[in-house]
Design a protein around this ligand. Structure first.
Ligand SMILES: CC(C)(COP(=O)(O)OP(=O)(O)OC[C@H]1O[C@@H](n2cnc3c(N)ncnc32)[C@H](O)[C@@H]1OP(=O)(O)O)[C@@H](O)C(=O)NCCC(=O)NCCS
Length: 148
């Protein structure tokens, strides 16, 4: 993702995300050196993902696929790409948060090997009330202990 892509990235957010990030969030992510990836179909952005790496921990901050192109495997490919990048960056763990009501995303993360590791109560605004975040994690390194 480059600054010149932000208009299209913003259009994808508005088409798909219930609680879209604004362009400024993506611009800040680029400025901060976060890993910001896009998928293109032809010349159009069809999906994007932002991941932050701090020490040996990576966190996915956002993953969105354009409404028109959902359920075609793009979200899974993008997620696998981020897992690959976090592994290559030598991270131990990949973390993310998902709204309790977001069954589609939860299913995707579960099927890629993430597991639920915690709940942040009333974390996201949801209309006039609040919604829990499910914290999910994937261990990227196999630790084997010799117990002899
Ligand atoms: C979540 C999201 C990124 C998935 O992207 P996608 O390209 O549509 O997903 P894929 O086609 O790769 O599907 C991967 C898996 O996600 C789950 N999934 C996707 N769409 C689903 C739906 N409509 N109902 C149930 N599960 C769904 C399934 O487990 C699916 O695997 P399967 O097709 O083998 O059953 C996309 O729906 C999206 O952008 N949603 C809005 C933004 C959002 O919620 N982002 C996540 C924030 S944590």
């Amino acid at each position: 993702m480059h600054a010149r892509d932000l208009k299209q990235v913003n259009a994808v957010e508005l088409s798909s995300a219930e609680h879209p990030w604004r362009s400024a969030h993506f611009a800040n992510s680029l400025d901060s050196g976060y890993i910001c990836e896009i998928v293109r179909i032809g010349s159009l952005v069809a999906g994007h993902c932002v991941m932050m790496i701090a020490a040996d921990e990576a966190s996915i901050l956002i993953l969105t696929v354009d409404k028109q192109h959902q359920r075609q495997g793009i979200g899974r490919q993008l997620l696998q790409h981020m897992i690959d990048l976090a592994t290559k960056a030598d991270c131990d763990t990949l973390l993310l948060e998902v709204r309790r009501s977001n069954e589609r995303a939860f299913n995707l993360y579960l099927s890629e090997g993430f597991s639920e590791v915690g709940i942040r109560k009333n974390y996201y605004p949801a209309g006039s009330s609040w919604e829990d975040a499910i914290v999910m994690a994937m261990e990227l390194k196999d630790f084997s202990f010799n117990t002899q």
